[in-house]
Design a protein around this ligand. Structure first.
Ligand SMILES: C[S@@+](CC[C@H](N)C(=O)[O-])C[C@H]1O[C@@H](n2cnc3c(N)ncnc32)[C@H](O)[C@@H]1O
Length: 260
């Protein structure tokens, strides 16, 4: 079962607004889409979007010619995506060696227990064909510390106490989910080396670890740059340092590509 508070958080329906489908011009989407384009096999290929939410990537991938199936534990997301099934990353309703690519852009940061993340990774490995591609998204261990300054949330002692737990244990639990849904919901915040170890323990070989937002993390105003002449200089600057170890540690999101 997915944690009740994760279900409650996503039942609010913000996820569809947070990053819209292919029309989105948010940095997280633009960079993730760029990196998927670089590492996914060419269309038509079979992509399983596990934790696919409201179809943020599944919808444009399908439009790009991929055969996409989506799994998500939140019924509202499956409904909004207009495809897929309600399910859990730890037990996938797909045959062995049946996918060219698996996306885990959500489950690894919502499963707080290492054994559950391992179960999700083993399932991804089971359903991937030999030579298939896994793409995972994780959140930095330091994300709430940076966001606490960027958004001013650290002035609230309840947020400050939560950040201490995030940094020490990696386990993020929002003490005020109703009053402050913007503080996110139950999650696990990774350090890059730890993620590499988890992937290897599940039998994957890591191809690439990439900072998604890198130096532009925690700066919501950069989304606006994507609409004008500042777009290319911004994306070029981010790409230049996307594999820098310092960026891997601080970038809001990491996209990691691995193969069985
Ligand atoms: C922040 S959303 C990301 C959605 C989309 N993949 C994206 O990257 O924009 C995280 C998603 O992970 C899903 N999720 C949480 N726990 C999961 C689990 N155990 N198995 C599969 N998906 C899960 C949530 O329901 C939610 O749709």
């Amino acid at each position: 079962m997915t944690d009740r508070d994760i279900q409650e958080h996503y039942r609010l329906g913000f996820e569809r607004e947070r990053i819209r489908d292919g029309t989105s011009e948010r940095l997280e989407f633009v960079r993730t889409w760029e990196l998927l384009g670089r590492y996914l096999p060419r269309a038509p290929a079979r992509v399983l979007d596990v934790g696919g939410g409201p179809g943020t990537y599944a919808i444009p991938l399908r439009a790009a010619g991929y055969e996409v199936e989506l799994v998500d534990p939140v019924p509202l997301h499956v409904e909004q995506a207009g495809m897929g099934v309600v399910g859990d990353a730890r037990s996938l309703p797909f045959a062995d060696a049946s996918a060219d690519a698996v996306l885990l852009l959500g489950p690894l940061y919502h499963l707080v227990e290492a054994e559950d993340r391992l179960a999700a990774l083993r399932e991804a490995r089971r359903v991937l064909k030999p030579g298939g591609v896994l793409a995972t998204a994780t959140i930095s261990r330091l994300a709430s510390t940076f966001d606490g300054f960027a958004q001013g949330y650290l002035a609230d002692p309840r947020f400050a106490a939560m950040v201490e737990g995030d940094v020490l244990e990696g386990i993020h639990r929002n003490p005020e989910p109703d009053a402050h849904p913007e503080w996110f919901t139950t999650a696990y915040f990774h350090r890059p080396d730890e993620l590499g170890g988890e992937l290897e323990a599940a039998g994957f070989v890591v191809d690439a670890m990439l900072a998604v937002e890198g130096p532009a993390s925690y700066r919501k105003e950069v989304d606006e740059w994507l609409a004008d002449e500042r777009r290319e200089p911004a994306l070029t600057a981010i790409r230049r340092v996307e594999t820098d170890p310092a960026m891997l540690a601080v970038s809001s999101h990491l996209l990691t590509v691995a193969r069985p």
